[in-house]
Write a protein that binds this ligand. Sequence first.
Ligand code: SF4
Ligand code: SF4
Ligand code: SF4
Length: 571
Amino acid sequence: MVNLKINGIPVSVPEGSTILEAAKLANIRIPTLCYLKDVQCVGSCRMCLVEATGARGLVAACVYPVSEGMEVKTNTPKVRKSRKTTVELILSTHKKKCLSCVRSMNCELQKLALEYNAEEDRFGTDHDLKPIDDLSPSVVRDNSKCVMCTRCVAACAKQTIGVIGPKHRGYAKVIGSPFDASLAHTSCVNCGQCIVACPVGALYEKSDVANVWGAIVNPEKHVVFFTAPSIKATLGEAFGLPVGTNVEGKMVAAIKQLGDVQCFNMDLTADLTIMEEANELLQRIMKGGKLPMFTSCCPGWVKFAEHYYPEILPNISTCKSPQEMFSAVLKTYYCQKHNIKPEDLYVVSVIPCTAKKFEITRDEIGHYTDAAITTRELAKMIKEAHIDFANLPEEDYDAPFGEASGAGIIFGATGGVMEAALRTAAYVLGGEGAPLEFKEVRGTAGLKEAEYEIGGSKIKVAVANGLGNARKVIEQVKSGEKDYTFVEVMACPGGCINGGGQPYVHDEVRNSIDLKAVRAQALYNADKDNKIRCSHENSAVDTLYKEYFGKPLSEKSHELLHTHYHQRNKY
Ligand code: SF4
Ligand code: SF4
Ligand code: SF4
């Protein structure tokens, strides 16, 4: 251990710790901008400069190691002046359109500018605006707001995609893709982890809010919303509620106040996905199909496989994602049952995910979803409608698509799809009394593996979250090092609870709590309290099979609930 003092407070930390880590232990805040826990630590923005004995000049706390007897001062006039100047220099090249910026009131630069009384124009203003890249269906880049922290570059590299990086030198430097290509023309998988990492309004999702408002006020349209499993665990953050608050009832009430709309529960088609996927797995095991079978509910992961590992496409389940299953059910079964023309039904999916905005554009999926809006976009609509979210009385989802099992709920966390499938596979093979909890696949570790004996058969499973971990699993399978039966992959670290469309969370919070674990816990708590825990117990799913699909993997199911994939080039 190394002993030092920060602002006179004694702290003891392991050797090799940085001043920033020691300050966190002492409960002293040092501002950061380019630093982001688990993503990047490069010491380039100079916001975290402090005075430290033994150092020449100010040092960057995020990278400077502590030493025995060191005395650190984080709040001297020299330190404050340096940070203020840093902010003012950043502001000189920043498009200062705070009033209409998607990050206004939630921007890390805005917060620092206020804290240090920075003058907006001390070093002038750059009026030479850079072009906005908005060709991608998922991610918009406005480089005139970029502060060059490179957090997005590190996030993309961590996903082992690396389609963005710094280009040009000095004043002309910008973040972008090779050969000035739009992000839409690269092998970007639309995961949105670059957006999650960005501290300012330089990266955001392609918004569908205006189209959804247009449908709501159109008397010809019958508008239905459905919400993905993780939204209930994150939407509250956009209204100041603590991380990990389950706001399902308020969320449903708020959506119903947006206009004459219905609100359904996507956890139900997570259950439907499990019915199809668990049966597909059992069929592959019994009839000698391609194994391991990989899950298919994450469109970021599917696009990754299409670009980087086309040889494993036959291993990916043919099940559509819960979003696409729901939209197909609505535009066929639901429309027929209620005498609605499919073109008059406007289907809005609320998702944690920017990749699902891309998914709805895939021709082979059937164009059943009219708009896919992120948790952030839903929050924006609720705020625009001046709905007092925190004080709303709770409401239930609308019939007939309100019921869900605990298995459907945990889809939003890494390991959730695997556990949900195992619950149903164990029931199908083992009957009543089959196990309900498979805790080995829970938790936020990037890679988890387990072996279970189900109905007399050994099933080896792996769960990967984050595409770097997916790559590791695929390489192990290809080399023969691992012989898994079933593999779950989620593109986003932690799964959908940390998706690219989830509420912005300041670096200060991200750096101090395990955001993914706290959000996931809200889903596991809801699973535990739910009346039914398994997908095969969902009576609404049962009705769908009885009235429309017949049975899992039927011809009708294959027509509407399954899809196929195709190789894409790498750019
Ligand atoms: S969306 Fe994902 S893959 Fe695309 S640039 Fe951002 S981090 Fe990279
Ligand atoms: S786009 Fe955002 S995350 Fe990327 S370098 Fe610019 S400010 Fe940083
Ligand atoms: S993990 Fe979830 S949020 Fe992330 S890309 Fe996949 S489906 Fe979307």
